[in-house]
Design a protein around this ligand. Structure first.
Ligand code: FDA
Length: 450
């Protein structure tokens, strides 16, 4: 990526699009644009990306050995948009000499490690279009004398400080993903951390003497169950204490009719539906994604707990119907305060580590957009951004810049908003919307000259 420390690029032009964040969502967009640029006769779209990590990485802290994808490999970054794209998972397998071997596995669900490798293989193709190690800190409008804004400047800072850079663009795609959520009032620390850090923190813990021989994992979703399973394996001397407010882990609904909620066509229906219907659908199908666990993992955990009961040494301890009421660092570990929902009994668990599998939250993109751009965005009755079917924020007429959202649009586009399921198709839609807007702009310019 060509990066300049000045507002104006040497060639004086703005990019067609700057993508903010280079996770799977904006990677899929890079692919959709690349597929178009190679095939189309019209001038290529010029897109670049800014990513705060030093290199490509997809939830590295949770790349647990053996953990599998929750979506079919056919929901890769290209297939559903164009199965002939050179960026499909099948092409990746072919290039790595594993196509026949994978077929023999008879599964739709590769490991997360393998899918990460597939993502990295795709990302390597775009290394010259990504500014790694750069955090976007703001976006500001470039307003002409007529009061219209046709470009923005994306401001980024290098990891560990350094020069601020400014990147002019006609469109932006915000793909900054979700942020780990901690329970209210809980401060993370060396022995008190979110599951997103599991593979960074657990090896450090393994080097220390465990004073309490206990690790607590708080939460009832997929990451919680995976963390319990992993820690139980990795720390054979420790009690692994699963704290969950539910009575037990509940299975994810991945049955075929319910699964249609993740289809690209479901996004059409959801976007066109009235607000009450959208709310109903989100509530009814929350159990396809939120606070649920893969059925096989639940069975495996239960088997472990039962076998330990038989053997008389129960290392996997499930504190069900129990809520975390507080947690803090101690001199030699961390303490979790819990209360049983059924008996009201309170307990302070002295632990070597307390792991918070308490989910992720979405950060409002208006934080990046800043006051002036945010003021141009239209909102609904609940103050949420109004987002068009083509994933563009609806703005007032003074702003002629495409502000595309890759995620954070569950209220307008449904449950797939922050997932992988429709990334291939969504990226094609954003690309096509940019192309349409470019054609309209060129036409306007020609009319103005003529
Ligand atoms: P993602 O969070 O992956 O990427 C956002 C990127 O933006 C990051 O690289 C971040 O560093 C960068 N960034 C953020 N702020 C920035 C800034 N200001 N400047 C520059 N860069 C910035 N879903 C699914 O459909 N199937 C699955 O199997 C799974 N599995 C899964 C496992 C685990 C452990 C987790 C935590 C989540 C999943 N998910 C999932 C859901 C997950 O949200 C999804 O897989 C993708 O990560 C979504 O991709 P995005 O690119 O939107 O976000």
């Amino acid at each position: 990526m060509s990066l300049e420390n000045e507002a104006v690029r040497p060639d004086g032009g703005a990019d067609d699009l700057i993508g903010i964040g280079f996770g799977p969502a904006n990677l899929a967009l890079a692919i959709a644009v690349d597929d178009h640029n190679r095939a189309a006769a019209e001038p290529p779209l010029r897109v670049n990306f800014l990513e705060q990590q030093a290199g490509f990485g997809w939830h590295r802290g949770m790349l647990l050995d053996g953990a599998t994808m929750q979506v079919s490999f056919l929901k890769d970054l290209a297939t559903q948009r164009d199965p002939r794209s050179r960026f499909t998972f099948l092409t990746y397998l072919q290039e790595h000499g594993r196509l026949a071997d994978f077929i023999n596995l008879k599964t739709f669900y590769p490991t997360r490690l393998e899918f990460h490798d597939y993502f990295e293989w795709c990302a390597a193709e775009f290394a010259d279009r990504v500014g790694y190690g750069r955090t976007v800190t703001g976006i500001r409008p470039v307003t002409g004398p007529d009061g219209r804004t046709e470009q923005v400047e994306v401001v980024s800072e290098a990891l560990g400080g350094g020069a601020r850079q400014v990147h002019p663009a006609r469109n932006i795609a915000i793909g900054t993903g979700l942020t780990p959520r901690l329970p209210d009032g809980v401060q993370a620390g060396p022995h008190l951390w979110h599951t997103s850090e599991l593979l960074l923190r657990a090896p450090e813990l393994a080097k220390q003497t465990l004073r309490h021989r206990r690790i607590a994992v708080v939460g009832a979703g997929q990451s919680a169950a995976e963390a319990v399973e992993y820690l139980h394996r990795a720390f054979p001397e420790a009690e692994i204490c699963a704290v969950l407010s539910r009575y037990g882990y509940s299975p994810a609904d991945d049955s075929p009719f319910a699964n249609r909620i993740f289809d690209p066509s479901a996004v059409d229906e959801f976007h066109a539906a009235p607000e009450t219907a959208r709310q109903t659908l989100l509530t009814q199908h929350a159990n396809t994604n939120y606070s649920v666990v893969d059925g096989e993992l639940i069975e495996a955990l239960y088997r472990t707990a039962y076998q330990e009961k038989v053997a008389g040494r129960e290392r996997l301890r499930v504190l069900n119907a129990t809520r975390l009421t507080g947690a803090e660092e101690t001199v030699d570990g961390a303490r979790a305060h819990v209360r049983s929902l059924t008996t009201g009994r309170e307990l302070a668990l002295e632990c070597d580590a307390v792991v918070l599998a308490t989910g992720y939250t979405h950060v409002d993109p208006r934080r990046l957009l800043g006051e002036r751009l945010a003021a141009a965005c239209r909102t609904d009755g609940q103050g949420r951004l109004r987002v068009e079917r083509d994933h563009r924020v609806l703005t007032d007429e003074s702003l002629d810049v495409g502000l595309y959202l890759q995620g954070g649009t569950e209220h307008t586009h449904g449950i797939t908003s922050s997932l992988l399921s429709t990334l291939a198709v969504r990226s094609g839609e954003i690309r096509d919307s940019m192309l349409l807007r470019r054609t309209a702009r060129d036409l306007r310019a020609r009319v103005a000259v003529g």
